[in-house]
Design a protein around this ligand. Structure first.
Ligand code: UD1
Length: 375
């Protein structure tokens, strides 16, 4: 009888930004003799928040779908921990890999830890130092129990050092940007949906879906005032959370403003197309902040802070809060963004991550070290 010694590496993801970061890593993993599986938590389930990225980015079908759906954070956490735990009990992967800072990330990390399995975290070490942000809780929980900390930026590395986290630290860059670097200088073809919209020649690409901006009428109305008060057309692919909140607070009148072009949530390539042709970007999304930076588009952040501090340090973006008057100060005087933007990654992050994963699962010494709870 021959024993199957191929190591099992299970990736867990469930929300839109996670698919973008995982797609190039899963592609890089194909070069290694490993049993790689993707577990979809089902946190995002709409075609435009999930399947479209599998199609756009040629991702493998998930081996499992936990189908947790929408719900309060404690509901998403408990369902993920329960359903993932059953898979872990049966299969005992040699390494679990989580990505980003969503509820799927935090819940999968906790589940991995209680099953005493080794854990890697892609996008480790980012902090906003503010516990009122749901993603910050997921970051804190995840990094505490992570064995392989894949940090996207020098600031993230400095943060994990300051926090004295016990895992092995690697400065890998952001793998989601490998895709952007790969195609940045080539014109992207829009989908039939996007071409059918006949967008104006000059527009601002905008998004907003953060809880802080959508969970009160006052903050959401401030966002809508920005999107309709700039004197430029604004193209806004709207997250279902935002659409539901606008309806809930009775703010639909803003949507008929002539400058506002609200569209369906879009896939990866349509988003790159909008970026390439935009005047600038206005957003509270971490993913779009990074991609705008790579494309050399100035980004106005309609949030009170960002973990992507390199963008601010290099003068490629500004934090304006959800305040129209702050945004207006910049919109007609956008600073130049022409120098190369590589502080968040060099296009090789996925290759680095795949290699480290392969070496880890094949090293009994490194795996043994995971049991140590102090450095
Ligand atoms: C989550 C992440 C956020 C990430 C975002 C990307 C957390 C805490 N937040 O926020 O960091 O930037 O994903 O989109 O995990 N909904 C749908 N269809 C779906 C999924 C959600 O309509 O396929 C609606 C539901 O009304 C749901 C709401 O969006 O209640 C919020 O979804 P949820 O997954 O809880 O958080 P996001 O706002 O998407």
């Amino acid at each position: 009888m021959t024993l199957n010694t191929t190591k099992k590496v299970y990736f867990v993801a469930g929300a839109r930004p996670q698919f973008i970061k995982l797609a190039p890593v899963l592609r890089a993993m194909r070069s290694y003799d490993l049993d790689v599986r993707l577990i979809h938590t089902g946190q995002h389930y709409d075609f435009n928040l999930s399947d479209i990225f599998f199609e756009d980015l040629d991702m493998p079908e998930p081996a499992y779908n936990l189908a947790v759906g929408s719900g309060a954070p404690h509901e998403q956490y408990s369902l993920i921990i329960h359903r993932l735990g059953e898979i872990f009990s049966e299969c005992r992967p040699d390494l679990v890999v989580v990505v980003g800072d969503t509820n799927s990330t935090g819940a999968a990390a906790v589940c991995t830890a209680i099953h005493r399995l080794p854990l890697a975290h892609i996008e480790s070490g980012l902090r906003e130092w503010n516990k009122s942000i749901p993603e910050e809780i997921n970051k804190m929980l995840t990094d505490t129990v992570t064995d392989l900390l894949f940090c996207p930026t020098p600031t993230a590395v400095a943060n994990v050092q300051e926090l004295s986290l016990r895992g092995n630290v690697y400065h890998t860059g952001d793998p989601g940007l490998d895709l952007v670097f790969g195609y940045m200088n080539q014109p992207v073809q829009p989908s039939a949906y996007l071409s059918g919209l006949k967008l104006p020649p000059q527009y601002i690409y905008a998004t907003s879906h953060r809880e802080a901006n959508t969970n009160s009428k006052a903050s959401l109305e401030s966002i809508l005032k920005i999107m309709t008060g700039l004197g430029y057309p604004v193209v806004w692919p709207m997250h279902p959370r935002t659409t539901a909140a606008i309806e809930h607070y009775g703010l639909q009148d803003y949507l008929s403003h002539p400058d506002l072009i609200v569209i369906e949530p879009i896939g990866f390539w349509d988003s790159q197309f909008l970026l390439q042709h935009s005047k600038c970007v206005i957003t509270d999304s971490g993913g779009l902040i990074k991609e705008a930076y790579c494309h050399g588009k100035y980004v106005i952040i309609i949030d009170h802070q960002t973990e992507w501090v390199e963008v601010l340090q290099e003068g490629k973006g500004v934090v304006c809060g959800p305040e129209l008057n702050n945004v207006l100060k910049y919109i007609d005087h956008l600073p130049s963004t022409e120098t190369p933007n590589t502080a968040l990654g060099d296009g090789q992050s996925s290759e680095k991550i795949a290699r480290i994963i392969y070496d880890f699962v094949n090293s009994p010494e490194l795996r043994e070290k995971c049991l140590h709870t102090k450095k």
